[in-house]
Design a protein around this ligand. Structure first.
Ligand SMILES: NC(=O)c1ccc[n+]([C@@H]2O[C@H](COP(=O)([O-])OP(=O)(O)OC[C@H]3O[C@@H](n4cnc5c(N)ncnc54)[C@H](OP(=O)(O)O)[C@@H]3O)[C@@H](O)[C@H]2O)c1
Length: 330
């Protein structure tokens, strides 16, 4: 089968697009014909060797897939050949990744794809959607009628947080880096979307939420607590989920005297059970049209190296080149 893989970590040039043996499913695994995968920033960190990762070379890149079961292991009961499925959290903890024509996935990580949802849409909402769901429901426990500020509402994670918060019945304030991306945030249901390059975001938050925001979701790799904590409401919750090297100042007094809480998490640590709960919400909201995939572009799998370069430029160097996800098709 064709696959995008690495035999060493390094720049995008280490990515090889070539032949690898098609895997055989173990007793609790399904062999899936992959229809679509997507790029996540973590793929570029793993490929670059900048985050600790348990890798067996040749290592197939990628965390997410959507496709169709072609063979089930002997102990598999939940899925049969012909079923459409999606998965995340592959390419982690010794598991192979998803950037290949075929992939074996343990059924604990597999979710049925709703009939009305396209493979490229479900895959574009997989890792980022699970992330958004865990942070909103498991951690911040966002409630109907509350106000959430999403810093970066046009990105992969941010666009899911924004739409899921609306599905929960919250009021959403968010930011984006161009007027087109601001319009996109409005299309996804934002009550107030601001261009962080041209508008006074903090003044607008204060005017929209005079008592502060109940939840602050930070998608940036440089969280700014001196800015965020004064804008949090009493019992406000803040989510941080990016910026491994960040060491920002933290105004302790302003935080604890308002009974605030801080949540940090990495979605890859969540259990298969937690991911299945999140996946059920994603399936339901996508079927109902309440969650739409934010796809910037679709590329062939053979162009994985170019896709990695683009993702790095956009997320790390902040070129703003992307608005959402890159989907790749084998
Ligand atoms: N902890 C976890 O489980 C987890 C899961 C997924 C991702 N992550 C991490 O979360 C981060 C975001 O991931 P992603 O996939 O959403 O990346 P992304 O699609 O590249 O989104 C980045 C967002 O940041 C926005 N942004 C850039 N500069 C900004 C500024 N000064 N003010 C406000 N917004 C700004 C961008 O907006 P514009 O394009 O409009 O400028 C874009 O919406 C990455 O570092 C990733 O590694 C963590």
């Amino acid at each position: 089968m064709k696959a995008a893989y690495i035999t060493q970590t390094g720049p995008p040039e280490v990515i090889i697009y070539g032949e690898l043996p098609t895997p055989k499913p173990g007793p609790t695994e399904c062999l899936i014909k992959v229809a679509a995968v997507d790029v996540n920033p973590i793929d570029t960190y793993v490929r670059g060797g900048v985050v600790p990762a348990k890798i067996n070379f040749p290592f197939i890149l990628g965390r997410d897939l959507a496709g169709t079961v072609v063979e089930s292991g002997v102990a598999v009961k939940r899925f049969k050949p012909g079923d459409r499925v999606w998965a995340s959290n592959q390419g982690f903890a010794g598991r192979q990744g998803t950037f290949s024509e075929f992939a074996c996935v343990d059924t604990s990580w597999l979710h049925a794809t709703p009939p009305s949802v396209r493979d490229e849409d479900i895959v574009a909402a997989s890792l980022v959607g699970i992330t958004a769901n865990l942070g909103l429901l498991r951690d911040a426990k966002l409630k109907t009628g509350e106000i959430i500020f999403v810093n970066g509402g046009s990105g992969g994670v941010g666009s899911c947080v924004l739409q899921m918060a609306k599905a929960i019945g919250a009021r959403v304030v968010t930011t984006a880096g161009s007027d087109e991306k601001v319009a996109c945030c409005h299309k996804f249901g934002a009550d107030l979307a601001l261009n962080y390059k041209t508008q006074d975001v903090d003044a607008a938050i204060k005017s929209f939420a005079p008592d502060g925001v109940n939840v602050w979701w930070e998608t940036l790799r440089e969280p700014n607590f001196e800015r965020a904590i004064p804008l949090l409401a009493q019992r406000g919750r803040m989510i941080v989920m990016a910026g491994r090297e960040a060491k920002p100042a933290f105004p302790v007094g302003a935080f604890y005297t308002k009974d605030c809480s801080l949540f940090g998490f990495a979605m890859f640590n969540s259990s298969a059970g937690e991911q299945r709960t999140a996946a059920a919400y994603i399936n339901r909201w996508m079927s109902e049209g309440k969650l739409k995939a934010q796809i910037d572009r679709v590329m062939p799998l053979s162009e994985t190296a170019a896709a990695h370069r683009l993702q790095e430029e956009s997320t790390i160097q902040k070129s703003g080149a992307l608005s959402g996800k890159i989907v790749l098709k084998p």
